[in-house]
Design a protein around this ligand. Sequence first.
Ligand SMILES: [Zn+2]
Length: 244
Amino acid sequence: MVSNGSKTAFRHVPSRPVANRQPVKVDVFGLVIRNLGLLQLSPIFPYTHDGAIVPCMTNTTGVRGVTPWHFFHDNEVKETIVCLVENGGAMKSGQIMLLANNHGVGPFLRDPQDPSNYYVGLITIRMGNRPEQTEGIVLRCHKCNEVVYARYFNVKEGPARKHYPEFYALRYYLESFREFNRNPELRICKKCGAARPPEPEAENFGYVQYTRNIDVANRGREAFELMAAKLAKPADGASESAQR
Ligand SMILES: [Zn+2]
């Protein structure tokens, strides 16, 4: 902590906008339209650098027939969640919570199978200043609560992205769930022998589509720029004839 006049301020809170980053205003409800699916967790500002405070939008809608999910998310940095608005939500509109480092993640809806229910909230995380930041997915036995599966990952690490930075945590959620789902042995509880059912990795879930689309966005932009550069460069002889 540093002293800022008579008040005490945390070092990660800038006293004014950083010179090379423009203040940005977003319409969170407009972003809901572009949100790809359940558990999406989309940063609402284009800033996810080291030291950034990253508010991420999350929205859930009831889906008929969906299997309600529950897992634990372990994060070395604290997260807050604020419910902006809901219908049939597990939190009420305007409610804010400071989450424990290891906290449960579910649909945030009292009845996740009722399509009239929805939840729009912001989960705010902080990117630390170190090159490593550990998060984990922890799955517990539905019968005896023993940890059945846990995987930890560095959310600062992932495929290099030239144009649009990737919010890597979602990739690791998906990888963890796929690893768990593909191997029946991983799903058996060592304590009581019960099998935990596979985790959702269907198209309804935003992390599935995000992990695919971030790749398309970067590859597409790269191909487009190459094409534009080729067009901007006059073909042999073209510049000569243009001068005549
Ligand atoms: Zn068990």
